[in-house]
Design a protein around this ligand. Structure first.
Ligand code: ASP
Length: 341
């Protein structure tokens, strides 16, 4: 008994675990969001935090927590990741995801996958089961099947709300309307309500950063990209250093917003570099990149971040960002609008 006590003390965790997650940044405003939609978003964010927190609380790794929380949001049709992803101009869901382990700088990423239920798990498989960092398209889905990840018909990702949103945008821009995807449910007779504010079609990329009890940070991001994208467009989310980055030497970051700007600024790595080389606090570094560098380029979006010493941060230059955070022993904080802490 005594021995057990000593062992437990010797292995006492040096770190308190913590989580920050986002569900996309953009035009999220109180005046255009009905109470039910707001409550749904808050509940979904809380559920994802809970999935990650459970793992961290029992001593699990930050990588496990990131994967588990993002899986929850990939299955949630409210978010632009997995089921509920936006459509390309030719009517497909092409999914991007990345994950990075700050303890060893290992990373995995996928782009334009169409058959893997959980792209974040595929990114993890690339990191752990292949010699590569990034796989794209059909090859990525083939790899996914070869390592036994759940495969689905592409229509699994279909949601009526996103489909109607695509058609609306294409009509407005005078572009051709693709046929309704094979396997999609028949079009409802009643029009599908816009779920929230104008501009909502751009929203809903999901990301998570976590710190585990061993002091290791990890980051992950999953998205359908931007609505009506074409030509195999890939955004920042699966680009290591742009939308996703993690290093125990500095921090872990997941970004969301107009991906082209985040790629050009290597936003996630830039935040970590400011922490690592300029000695900025995490919040200072996040604000410097979002409110100065990104804003100077006229880019929109936000990010979440965490350091191995337990600093948590978020920053965005949009009217809102779906976000939540929880540190061990603390209170869950969920925010949507810019006037919330
Ligand atoms: N950053 C994502 C992309 O450009 C989209 C988003 O975060 O809303 O693909």
């Amino acid at each position: 008994m005594v021995t057990l006590g000593v062992t437990a003390a010797a292995q006492a965790p040096a770190h308190h675990w913590a989580i920050v997650l986002h569900g996309g940044a953009g035009v999220i405003e109180r005046r255009t969001m009905d109470p039910k939609t707001e409550a749904d978003y808050r509940a979904s964010l809380a559920q994802a935090v809970e999935a990650g927190a459970k793992i961290l609380d029992r001593g699990g790794s930050s990588v496990d927590a990131v994967e588990a929380a993002i899986q929850v949001l990939e299955d949630d049709p409210l978010f632009n990741a997995g089921r509920g992803a936006v459509f390309t101009a030719d009517g497909k869901n092409e999914l991007d995801a990345a994950i990075m382990d700050g303890s060893n700088l290992k990373a995995g990423a996928v782009a334009d996958v169409t058959r893997t239920r959980h792209p974040i798990s595929l990114a993890r498989a690339v990191m752990e089961k292949s010699p590569h960092v990034m796989l794209v398209g059909a090859g990525a889905d083939d790899f996914s099947a070869s390592v036994g990840l759940e495969q689905v018909d592409p229509s699994f990702f279909f949601t009526e709300r996103r489909w109607q949103s695509l058609i609306k945008q294409l009509k407005k821009e005078g572009r051709p309307i693709p046929p309704r995807p094979a396997g999609a449910p028949p079009q409802p007779l009643e029009p599908v309500a816009e779920i929230d504010a104008p501009g909502a079609h751009e929203l809903g990329t999901v990301g998570m950063v976590a710190l585990d009890r061993r002091g290791n940070v990890a980051a992950g991001t999953s998205t359908g990209g931007t609505q009506a994208k074409q030509w195999g467009r890939v955004g920042d989310s699966p680009i290591i250093g742009a939308g996703t980055y993690a290093s125990n030497a500095s921090c872990a970051v997941s970004a969301t917003g107009a991906g082209e700007y985040f790629i050009r600024l290597t936003v996630a790595r830039e935040v970590c570099a400011l922490v690592q080389y300029k000695g900025m606090t995490l919040q200072q570094a996040a604000d410097q990149v979002i409110h100065k560098e990104l804003t100077a380029l006229h880019g929109d979006g936000g990010l979440i971040a965490i350091t191995p010493d337990g600093q948590l941060a978020w920053s965005f230059n949009t009217p809102g960002m779906y976000r939540a955070r929880l540190a061990e022993g603390g209170k869950l904080q969920v925010g949507l609008f810019s006037d919330e802490p």
